[in-house]
Design a protein around this ligand. Structure first.
Ligand SMILES: [Fe+2]
Length: 365
């Protein structure tokens, strides 16, 4: 399996990881063979990358949450957000929102179970999103990584549950922001920025009467844009005055936004976002939370082509717990970018000379 940018897709390639739409529908299933019209569709949808099969590497990483469960979860999150919009318009729909939050509660419990059982938690793969599959998959991804961090901080299942509910609902207040502002290309005006900055408070108020969302989970909705150094909003809280759940969700939210394609920005590569978060430890984000984040999220996910400082080019084939920044790389091209007859495998955590210089596309043969 390897990661390939959409422009480099060719007919005959086989999809290795499914693409799910924001309505919770499988857009493209794994094992589908690409043809010209599918490639055209992928380009039109603005999907930036795709995982395709590669005979040379038999890495098959199972995602933590299966595609079916992801699709189901995305569907319920979308419903809850839709219903929240109705509730914000008419008080009478509050009952329906409660009903959906019950479903969401079950989904969060399921994911807390999966994460509690898992020993070595690593985010191995990129969660591929395009502009119109952003909102709900983002909510799910932020929840999953936040729960992994919560587990590494030895939280109880109960704590994880409230952290998960807060994380998945963190942006629910965005239903109050006009689409024209949310999807605007280019910078926002001062007035538009002020409207966007209302969403933590809007979300907090929306959930005020929902007995299923505990106060600590609601705190995440209200505080997820607060920053460690006090430079965030809405209240400009700093340090440990910000609830620990919110301190976890804050960097995860920024990370996942950076690696996603949005109307107003191209996506960053995972390692660029990873080192951005690292650089903001103790400034924007709680340094202890960032330390855990850096142990869990792989900067060079499996399937990434990398160029080493030796000039050789290879593919990341596995990642070891505790050493996510130093993956195992299988070298396929020598330093003149000629294909190697006998590819070699190098563990960068055990090699003090070799390191990753840059992320590249596969050299054309
Ligand atoms: Fe937000």
């Amino acid at each position: 399996m390897k990661l390939i940018s959409t422009e480099k897709l060719k007919p005959g390639m086989i999809v290795a990881r499914p693409i799910i739409s924001d309505a919770g529908i499988l857009l493209l299933n794994s094992d589908v063979t690409l043809n010209d019209s599918l490639i055209e569709l992928i380009k039109r949808r603005g999907i930036p990358f795709l995982y395709v099969k590669d005979d040379r590497i038999d890495t098959d990483v199972k995602p933590l949450i299966s595609p079916d469960d992801t699709a189901k979860a995305v569907y319920v999150i979308k419903k809850a957000f839709d219903q929240a919009l109705q509730s914000s318009l008419r008080r009478s729909s509050q009952m329906n929102l409660e009903h959906l939050l019950e479903h969401l509660n079950d989904i969060v419990s399921g994911i807390v179970e999966i994460i509690s059982r898992q020993n070595d938690l690593i985010v191995h793969l990129i969660d591929i999103k395009n502009v119109d599959s952003y909102t709900f998959q983002h909510s799910l991804q932020v929840m999953t990584i936040s729960l992994m961090i919560g587990k590494s901080l030895d939280m109880t299942k109960n704590q994880l549950h409230n952290l998960g509910m807060g994380a998945v609902l963190h942006d629910i207040g965005k239903v109050g922001i006009p689409k024209s502002i949310l999807n605007k290309e280019g910078p926002l005006t001062e007035e538009e920025r002020n409207i966007v900055r209302q969403h933590p408070k809007t979300g907090f108020e929306l959930l005020q009467d929902c007995s299923l969302v505990w106060p600590t989970a609601r705190a995440v909705v209200l505080q997820h844009h607060e920053k460690w150094d006090g430079s965030g909003y809405p209240r400009g809280l700093a340090g440990e005055d910000i609830h620990i759940y919110s301190r976890i969700v804050a960097p995860v939210n920024v990370y996942d936004a950076l690696i996603s394609k949005r109307p107003y920005q191209e996506s960053m590569l995972p390692h660029q976002a990873y080192y951005y978060i690292k650089g903001k430890a103790g400034l924007l984000f709680d340094p202890l939370v960032v330390e855990k984040f850096l142990d869990i999220v792989a900067p060079y996910p499996i399937g990434t082509w990398v160029k080493l400082n030796s000039g050789e080019v290879g593919l990341v084939t596995s990642i070891e717990p505790g050493k996510v920044a130093y993956p195992v790389v299988k070298i396929f091209y020598d330093n003149n970018l000629k294909p190697m007859k006998n590819p070699t495998t190098i563990s960068l955590s055990e090699n003090s000379i070799l390191s990753i210089d840059e992320v590249v596309e596969e050299p054309s043969e």
